[in-house]
Design a protein around this ligand. Structure first.
Ligand code: SRM
Ligand code: SF4
Length: 546
């Protein structure tokens, strides 16, 4: 007897192109701020999540009130680049609807929190007018395609970046339901035009993520994606891409069958046609072989291990109709953002702003709004949750410098803080077991004096924290990783390298702040005494402790 499919599978196949009863949920169900249960799944495919303010749950429960439902919306911005007018629109939409917050994510886009159900349509319509959408930003489809963000990395940056757009478009679901439900209201689209040879009516077994890295930078953590493309450049020419498959980070506490995995390189493609074909067919293999029974085991990484890397590659080669060329050499030597001013090969200026954990503070928001009003730069989100103001001419640079000054933007920030990342967690994430973006800044402040004590203030040790083991802040590829287990307690992960090429390992379970600080002191003391010349903290921990 075949195993029972996950209930989500039926929701997808019966959804009539992801429409479900979303219109009814929005138009008729005035008694609740939520949508109907199946629509909670479907709304994700349109880039939205149902949430509630967890800080207020107890207070509302005491008054016998329903949860205070709201929605988070996440935009689809391939490669993370928007223009000044789009920033202004995003700023204004965040002020008009939702809580006013702008959160830059670890996948080069922004989220708005706290939208009420009746605000969804006006919000999406306003984004649509600014040529922005949230299609497939969530759900069991390919998500926002990310790409190394710093244009200074290579003269070919633009050419490579365009792949993010092409891949995102290639892998969009064909259904027009997003427009029908959220934009045009009543219009019924021709269903025959919606036939979807890629997703069919079952979509993928699970979410799917693609990143493009431009060496020497691995700012996208390319190996943590379902597909990682590594651009190979020789003599200023793009030769093609190494393709890595099966990366993914999430684990589940207490479920030994779940694990983090870095992508395996299966070969190299030397033309655009072959690269796009390979990417497309990797999704069809996952569509056909992925686990649709247990959603905890349904990401591509488990399919790759089930088929074996060689078995997967064989199936893929039979679908694409060509053999992959051997992997080409490359080297990653950086992952952090390049803060402050830098110039690209054409002399354009780029200014990278540190946005702690992607939470745009009110004074930064005002500064960015005024920059956008000048319309002299574009806005690039980095995979490290920061923001780059780009394509600024020599002539316009002083105007931005003046705004940097008048808003007192440039603060003294330690190397550790600049190398830190945290997921949203509380109060909006329903899966959070502990704090992350609200707490890591405080923990870093307590670690800074320890760094000073050991002369490590300039050391760019990567520190990452998440409120649960899903890994949204990619803590499993950091040198100091903290994964929430319960309020105030974290699994302490150690031994990742600095550039995202080695997973860390569990060092100590369920650590409180006091225990973390004591451990960090001991570890740093040991590091400065016993490290080999130029050895990073992560490499030292890996060599000596794990
Ligand atoms: Fe994530 C679920 C936030 C990047 C693995 N993630 C969630 C949800 C939507 C919670 C939920 O399912 O209801 C979180 C919303 C919190 C909130 O209130 O906003 C959430 N994830 C985020 C963001 C915003 C974290 C951040 O602070 O930047 C990132 C948004 C990225 C984007 O723009 O698309 C984010 N999530 C990641 C990453 C990192 C990455 O992709 O580079 C991972 C680990 C890599 C991976 O996928 O393996 C990640 N998120 C997950 C998972 C575990 C998936 C799995 O394989 O089991 C979940 C839970 C799920 O899907 O069931 C999840
Ligand atoms: Fe929420 Fe966990 Fe992701 Fe943090 S890692 S945002 S707590 S799902």
């Amino acid at each position: 007897m075949s195993e029972k499919l996950s209930p989500i599978e039926a929701i997808k196949t019966k959804s009539d192109g992801l429409r479900g009863t979303l219109k009814e949920s929005i138009d008729l169900d005035n008694h609740t701020g939520n949508v109907r249960p199946d629509d909670e799944t479907l709304v994700k495919f349109h880039g939205m999540y149902v949430q509630d303010d967890r800080d207020r749950r107890a207070e509302r429960a005491a008054k016998k009130l329903d949860k205070l439902y709201s929605f988070m919306i996440r935009l689809r911005i391939p490669g993370g680049v928007i223009n000044a007018n789009q920033w202004i629109a995003t700023h204004e939409i965040s002020e008009q609807f939702g809580t006013g917050t702008l959160k830059i994510t670890t996948r080069q886009t922004v989220q708005l929190h706290g939208l009420l159900k009746h605000q969804l349509r006006p919000t999406i319509q306003a984004f649509n007018s600014a040529k922005l959408d949230s299609i497939a930003a969530c759900g069991d489809v390919n998500r926002n395609v990310i790409a190394s963000s710093h244009p200074q990395i290579s003269p070919l940056h633009q050419q490579i970046h365009e792949y993010a757009d092409k891949i995102s478009t290639l892998l969009l679901p064909k259904t027009q339901s997003y427009y029908e439900v959220f934009i045009d209201g009543e219009k019924i689209y021709e269903r025959s035009a919606e036939a979807d040879p890629l997703y069919e009516d079952r979509y993928l077994p699970r979410k799917f993520k693609i990143a493009i890295a431009i060496p020497p930078s691995n700012d996208v953590d390319v190996f943590t994606n379902d597909i990682g493309l590594i651009a190979i450049i020789e003599n200023n020419e793009l030769k093609g891409f190494n393709i890595a498959i099966g990366g993914g980070l999430a684990t589940t506490h207490g479920n030994a069958n779940t694990y983090s995995r870095l992508g395996s390189i299966i070969g190299f493609t030397d033309t655009e046609e072959k690269t796009l074909k390979a990417v497309y067919e990797i999704l069809t293999v996952q569509r056909d072989f992925g686990n649709r029974v247990d959603r905890k085991l349904s990401r591509l990484k488990y399919t790759v291990d089930k088929l074996t890397v060689e078995g997967f590659k064989k199936e893929l080669e039979s679908r694409v109709g060509f053999k992959f060329l051997p992997e080409q050499p490359f080297q990653f030597t950086e992952r952090n953002d390049r803060f402050g001013w830098e110039q690209n090969h054409q002399g354009s200026w780029f200014y990278t702003l540190f946005v702690e954990h992607g939470v745009v503070k009110p004074y930064q928001k005002q500064f960015l709004f005024e920059v956008a009003q000048l319309n002299i730069s574009n806005f690039i989100f980095s995979g490290n949750q920061n923001l780059i103001l780009g394509e600024i001419s020599n002539e316009n640079k002083p105007k931005i410098e003046a705004l940097l000054k008048s808003h007192d933007i440039e603060k003294q920030v330690s190397a550790l803080r600049k190398s830190s990342m945290a997921c949203v967690a509380l109060p909006t994430c329903p899966l959070a077991l502990a704090e992350a973006q609200r707490y890591l800044p405080e923990l870093v402040t307590k670690i800074e004096p320890i760094l000073e004590k050991y002369g490590l203030t300039e050391d760019e040790i990567s520190i990452r924290m998440t409120g649960c083991p899903n890994g949204c802040g990619r803590p499993y590829v950091s040198e100091l990783g903290f994964v929430g287990t319960s309020p105030g307690q974290y699994n302490f992960m150690l031994g990742g390298d600095r550039f995202g090429e080695r997973l860390n390992k569990l060092y100590k379970e369920k650590q409180t702040e006091a225990q973390i600080l004591e451990e960090v002191d001991r570890l740093f003391s040991n590091y400065v005494t016993n490290k080999i010349t130029d050895e990073t903290f992560g490499d030292f921990a890996f060599r000596t402790i794990l």
